[in-house]
Design a protein around this ligand. Structure first.
Ligand code: ARG
Length: 584
């Protein structure tokens, strides 16, 4: 079924066409949820922008639209307010009808998209031999949520892990390990990722200090990139080691990803250069092959180049991204490519997007979007660090969230005088702890930085995962207590009368539009906010309205309201990659 905003939009367009002529049939009615429920549920602002072209006062335009609007099956009589807003209030009878329909719809009234696309979501993308850090955690959580939402809408999503598995770091590392730990180059599992990271740091230090080492390391990269068997074997072992460690995190967080690292595009790098020559964009500058960028200049005002092949012959990050882009459009048939990385890489994306566009590699039907996010900060507002000043290991961070949830839970069980099995405690601590980490990240507008606080994310009150999960558990409690089989509620006609019932159902009705909006602006925090408000509205309803004790038809109506709330919470949370629990 069409979402409420879609339905209203169509009604408005029909009204606009009949009031002002067929050329207005596609005009955007500028429709949104009313900011103040006093004025109704939805508000259209189009009259204000039509006043000028129509040469009529905005209130008159609004009046004409309101008179032409046919919505009596959905809404009370439209009203005009303020400078020219058209306000709509949904009818309880319509809401009851909607609720009845949604009750038997596994998609809760969210129709699959009419225009399925092939979407590449490039996310997570840690670097081999380096520890995955909180920036990668953000990318992983946000990218996964976006992918889940697009998949639910029926898009064909390719989740790509653009792992940093190629380039200078391997030259350094292989050269260093040959001296310090040769077995790491020939046997699997000779070192673990922690050691590898230490080796990497030492190798980097040597690289920066020791000219001879630097030269050997450079040659080692060239050797690797030209396909030397021994180097490739060592490289493969190092990658495997990192990969296994990354996988632990992905398993914990329930993340599906297809690894297609930078090395994958190695065979296509030369084509990037050929393509740029054909497009007459490639210029040699101080021995390097580059493209001069439009709109970027250095301090002296000279145009800045994007280097695609360094003077030593090496390709770089941007070259690989250009090759990847060509591959994703040409081979993967992508219509939309999303890159989820920290905001610090915004320039990199803007630059290689520009080069690709100027080279004619991006058809009009394809959109490229960098999906940036801010930093994760410690409670001191600085970059997140351990007490001893080290970068935080993701495994430790997740472990701690689970451990803290567990101790909160054990305390609660004690005060509530409950005994639970170890299995229950473990499952609950995991689900709530990991859900809380994800939710804390997703509930922030991704473009801002946020402060990582276990206390805040694990609080049972406020915009947190535990609060939402608890609302869900409350409904499960109702059905357990009343021994309710939601699938067999019979066909008692639903009747909505109480204020809190109406407020709740009107919120439930908005889920489809929120999901649609998030799929466009890629801001999962909107879905979080929606779910938080849903939990609040459910709690208000539940505090005011008896459910199991109510008479019919209220009893069935309220059971359906509760059940639809629970299903909306479960679906919404699942789109964020967060699991629900039946009890907690
Ligand atoms: N490996 C990069 C990093 O850790 C992120 C890669 C993002 N994806 C891309 N196509 N550039 O910063």
């Amino acid at each position: 079924m069409a979402s409420i905003q879609e339905t209203l939009k169509q009604r408005f367009q029909t009204a606009l066409a009949s009031a002002f002529g067929a050329s207005y049939a596609e005009t955007d009615p500028i429709l949104g949820v009313s900011s103040n429920p006093k004025f109704g549920d939805y508000q259209a602002n189009v009259a204000l922008s039509l006043a000028k072209p129509l040469k009529q006062p905005p209130r008159e335009v609004a009046q004409a639209i309101a008179s032409a609007l046919v919505v009596d099956d959905l809404c009370e009589t439209p009203t005009v307010a303020g400078p020219g807003f058209v306000n709509l209030t949904l009818k309880p009878a319509y809401l009851a009808q909607w609720l009845t329909q949604v009750q038997s719809d596994p998609r809760l009234g969210i129709a699959p998209t009419a225009h399925p696309q092939r979407v590449v979501v490039d996310f997570s993308s840690p670097n081999i031999a380096k520890e995955m850090h909180v920036g990668h955690l953000r990318s992983t959580i946000i990218g996964d949520a976006i992918a889940r939402i697009l998949e639910f809408q029926g898009h064909d999503v390719l989740r790509l892990n653009h792992v940093g598995d190629w380039g200078t770091q391997f030259g350094m590392l292989i050269t260093y390990l040959r001296e310090a730990c040769p077995e790491a180059l020939t046997t699997s599992d000779a070192v673990d990722l922690g050691d590898l990271v230490v080796f990497y740091k030492k190798a980097k230090q040597r690289f920066d200090e020791d000219e001879a080492f630097k030269e050997t390391a450079r040659q080692a990269v060239v050797k690797l990139q030209s396909g030397d068997a021994e180097s490739l074997k060592a490289w493969g072992l190092l990658c495997d080691q990192s990969r296994r460690e990354f996988q632990v995190i992905y398993d914990w967080l329930d993340i599906e990803l297809t690894e297609r690292g930078e090395s994958f595009y190695n065979p296509y790098l030369a084509d990037v250069l050929t393509g740029l020559i054909e497009a007459q964009l490639l210029v040699e500058d101080a021995g390097a092959q580059c493209v001069f960028l439009e709109g970027y200049s250095n301090k002296a005002g000279d145009p800045m180049p994007l280097i695609v092949k360094k003077s030593d012959g090496a390709f770089n990050y941007a070259t690989t991204d250009l090759a990847a882009l060509r591959y994703r459009i040409g081979q993967d048939k992508a219509d939309r490519i999303l890159y989820v990385t920290d905001a610090g890489q915004a320039t990199h994306f803007a630059q290689f997007f520009q080069v690709a566009q100027r080279a004619g590699w991006v058809p009009d039907t394809v959109t490229l979007t960098h999906v940036p996010f801010g930093l994760v900060q410690g409670e001191d507002g600085k970059k997140l660090k351990t007490r001893s000043g080290e970068t935080v290991r993701l495994k430790d961070l997740l472990d701690e969230a689970i451990a803290r949830t567990r101790s909160d839970l054990q305390q609660r069980l004690q005060t509530e005088d409950r005994t639970e099995t170890e299995d229950f405690i473990e499952q609950t601590a995991r689900t709530v702890g990991l859900g809380a980490v994800k939710y804390a990240d997703l509930s922030q507008n991704r473009t801002s930085s946020y402060i990582f606080s276990y206390d805040k994310m694990l609080a049972l009150q406020g915009n947190t995962a535990p609060y939402l999960l608890y609302a869900y558990v409350r409904v499960q409690g109702i059905s357990r207590k009343g021994n309710i089989d939601f699938s067999a509620l019979g066909d008692t006609p639903l009747v909505l009368e109480e204020e809190t019932e109406l407020t709740l159902v009107k919120h439930l009705l908005q889920l489809a539009d929120v999901v649609e909006q998030v799929s466009q602006d890629l801001l999962p925090n909107r879905l979080c906010q929606y779910l938080f408000e849903l939990s609040q509205k459910f709690n208000q309803f539940y505090d005011r309205c008896p459910v199991l004790q109510a008479e019919e038809p209220q009893r069935t109506t309220r059971l359906v309201l509760s059940e639809t709330t629970a299903r909306s919470l479960k679906l919404g949370l699942s789109l964020l990659g967060i699991k629900t629990l039946e009890r907690m």
